[in-house]
Design a binder for this molecule. Structure first.
Ligand code: SF4
Length: 319
C-alpha cells in the first residue's frame, strides 16, 4: 500500500531473558503478527489493557527497538532494518509524545530552550529566527509568551504536555505517536489537550498513532481503532464499528457492553486478569476469560476475519 504513511506487516517482537545461570531462558512474545496501516492525516487508536503490547508496538513502529519479524514501511520506504544513521533524517518526520510530560522534559531547560533544542541540533534556525519560531510553536499549543522562560517545575501538568507537543512539532513531523498522552493529567486538562491535538491534526495534516487504554479518548480522536490482547490485534475497524458495535468478546468486555443474548448467541466476556505473557494460553489467548469459549478455542490461534467493510475480528464465533 504505497499511499500509507506507515505500513507494518506481520510485525512481531519477542523478548528473551534469563533469571539465573541455571534457569531456563524466559521468552515473552510482546507483539505477534500485527498489521498496521496508517494513512496520511489519519488517526489510528491502539487500545488494550496494560501489558497488551501497545507501547512495545509503538516503539517498534518508530524503530526505537528492532522487530523480531515483519516489515515496517514509512512513506513507502522499508525502514525495518535501516541503520541508525539512515534512520536519522526520518526521525524528524516521526515524533513520540510520552505519557508523563514531567519525565520527558529536562528540568534545567525553560520552555523556550526545550522547544529550541531540536531546532538547534538540526541546524534549522538560530538567533532571532529561532526565538520567533519557538514562540510561534508555543503559541500554537496555547502557551503565550509569558511561558517562554518558565521551567518545568513552574508549569502545571497540562502546560508541560503542551511544551512537549510544541517540541515534537518543531521539526514539522508528519507522524505523532502519542503514548497515553493524557492519562497522567486531570480530567479537565485532558479535554483541553485533546482539543489541542485535534486542532493540530486538522491544521497540519498530521497522522496520529494514538495509544490509550481510555476508549472515550480514542473515540474522540481516532477514525480507526485496533484492539490488542496479549500482543495480537483481536479486532480492528472504524471507531464507529469497533466501539459502537464491538464483535470480539474482549472488545465487548473492555467496553463493558450489555450482552445481546439474542445476537448470534453472544454473551459478555468473563472478567479476570490477563494471562502471564511468559506462559500464554494455548490457542486463543483470551479463552481463559471468554464466556463463550469452545474446545476449538484452546487448540489454535484464530485468524483475523472480515466481518464488515474494513472491520476484522479474531474470533470465528463472532462472525
Ligand atoms: Fe472466545 Fe473462542 Fe472467540 Fe477466543 S476464539 S474470543 S476464546 S470464542
Amino acid at each position: 500500500m504505497t499511499d500509507a504513511l506507515l505500513h507494518a506487516q506481520g510485525l512481531a517482537k519477542t523478548f528473551e531473558g534469563r533469571r539465573g545461570l541455571f534457569q531456563p531462558a524466559s521468552r515473552i512474545q510482546a507483539v505477534a503478527d500485527v498489521d498496521i496501516v496508517l494513512a496520511r492525516g489519519a488517526a489510528l487508536g491502539i487500545v488494550g489493557e496494560s501489558g497488551c503490547g501497545k507501547s512495545t508496538l509503538a516503539r517498534l513502529l518508530l524503530r526505537l527497538i528492532p522487530p523480531s519479524a515483519g516489515t515496517i514501511r514509512f512513506d513507502g520506504q522499508d525502514i525495518t532494518a535501516l541503520e541508525e544513521h539512515a534512520m536519522r533524517p526520518l526521525r524528524r518526520r516521526m515524533q513520540l509524545i510520552h505519557q508523563n510530560p514531567s519525565a520527558a522534559l529536562d528540568p534545567r531547560l525553560s520552555a523556550e530552550d526545550a522547544v529550541a533544542e531540536p531546532l538547534r541540533i538540526h541546524g534549522v534556525a538560530s538567533g532571532r529566527a529561532l526565538r520567533d519560531r519557538v514562540a510561534a510553536l508555543l503559541a500554537e499549543v496555547g502557551l503565550p509568551s509569558a511561558f517562554l522562560h518558565r521551567f518545568p517545575h513552574e508549569l502545571s501538568g497540562g502546560q508541560k504536555q503542551r511544551v512537549c507537543i510544541a517540541r515534537a512539532l518543531a521539526l514539522q513531523p508528519e507522524l505523532l505517536v502519542l503514548d497515553e498522552p493524557t492519562s497522567a493529567l486531570d480530567v479537565s486538562v485532558q479535554a483541553q489537550i485533546l482539543d489541542v491535538l485535534e486542532e493540530l491534526r486538522a491544521r497540519r495534516g498530521l497522522a496520529y498513532l494514538f495509544i490509550s487504554h481510555n476508549l472515550a479518548v480514542v473515540r474522540q480522536v481516532c477514525e480507526r481503532v485496533a484492539v490488542m490482547y496479549l500482543g495480537r490485534v483481536v479486532e480492528e475497524g472504524t471507531a464507529a464499528a469497533v466501539l459502537g458495535a464491538p464483535r470480539h468478546p474482549y472488545t465487548r468486555a473492555l467496553l463493558g457492553s450489555v450482552p445481546r443474548l439474542g445476537a448470534r448467541g453472544m454473551a459478555p466476556a468473563a472478567a479476570g486478569e490477563p494471562p502471564n505473557p511468559a506462559a500464554p494460553p494455548q490457542g486463543c489467548a483470551f479463552h481463559p476469560r471468554c464466556a463463550i469459549a469452545v474446545d476449538a478455542c484452546r487448540s489454535s490461534i484464530p485468524p483475523l476475519l472480515a466481518v464488515g467493510d474494513g472491520h476484522h475480528v479474531r474470533c470465528p464465533l463472532s462472525l
